[in-house]
Design a protein around this ligand. Structure first.
Ligand code: PEP
Ligand code: MN
Length: 264
């Protein structure tokens, strides 16, 4: 169902009744890696809205490498995301890591994110397939294009066709940056699937000062949208501070990617 042969024209996925992913207009998802507090989230939400973002992201459950690292605010965080949505009008996207969280958080969200570490959580994919909530399906840490598309297939096979793919970098031998943002994936996916593609240059590089250049590159190779992490105090962020842009840097990025989008 994800294949071009199945549906030749590009899919456009509607989120929150107003955002369309997959069309001509670049969709910008931005916000903190983790929801940390009301003050933090509202400050960042207002800043990204002002800069022109179309959607607010924020994790309330975090797939941390260490069990002792911040694990997320859970349902309290969902309430804050809803409050930020009320104040800014931005549709919200949050990750879920389990079937339980899907049912608990899903009804409150405009889009659910399935993270890299759960790209092949097949039971979760099947359960998401039974809903009609739009899904941002991130690429697994070392997933091939075929494996990634098969994960999309798991969701679509259940009847949920609202899948958006997110390239977030893959693991290679390189250690100079967190991941290698695989921009090859964008034109390759476009040849194979009608599903929209979002590029995440924050996780793709792990370094805030590389994010803008890779965001521009992502748009140049044809991404339908970008996901960027923003924090007003990156040094104090509970997660992913080193790859988070300050609001003023995010504004610069917004200006540049719009210019790139006009060319391509
Ligand atoms: C995130 O978006 O904060 C995240 C955990 O992403 P990924 O699953 O791509 O590592
Ligand atoms: Mn993150």
């Amino acid at each position: 169902r994800a294949g071009r042969h199945f549906k030749p024209e590009d899919s456009i996925i509607e989120v929150g009744g107003k955002v369309k992913i997959g069309g001509k207009d670049l969709v910008m998802m931005a916000g903190p890696c983790s929801v940390e507090s009301e003050e933090q989230l509202l400050t960042i939400a207002k800043a990204v809205k002002k800069a022109g973002a179309n959607m607010l992201r924020g994790g309330v459950v975090k797939p941390r490498t260490s069990p002792y690292a911040f694990q997320g605010m859970g349902m309290e965080g969902i309430k804050l995301m809803k409050k930020a949505k009320e104040e800014t009008g931005l549709p919200i996207v949050c990750e879920v890591m389990s079937i339980e969280q899907l049912h608990e958080f899903g009804p409150h969200l405009d889009m659910i994110q399935l993270g890299a570490r759960n790209m092949q959580n097949f039971d979760l994919l099947k359960e998401v397939g039974k809903t009609n909530i739009p899904v941002l399906l991130k690429r697994g840490l070392s997933a091939t294009i075929e494996e990634w598309l098969m994960s999309a297939e798991y969701i679509m096979a259940g009847g949920n066709e609202n899948v958006v793919l997110c390239e977030r970098g893959i693991r290679t031998y390189e250690t100079a940056y967190r991941n290698v943002l695989d921009l090859n994936a964008v034109p390759m996916l476009k040849s194979k699937t009608h599903l929209p593609i979002v590029v995440d240059p924050a996780h793709g590089t792990g370094k805030w000062w590389m994010v803008k250049d890779l965001a521009n590159a992502g748009v140049a190779v044809g991404a339908h949208g970008l996901m960027v992490e923003v924090h007003h105090k990156p040094e104090e962020a509970f997660s992913d501070g080193p790859q988070s842009l300050k609001p003023e840097k995010f504004e610069e990025l917004m200006t540049e990617v719009q210019k790139v989008a006009e060319i391509f």
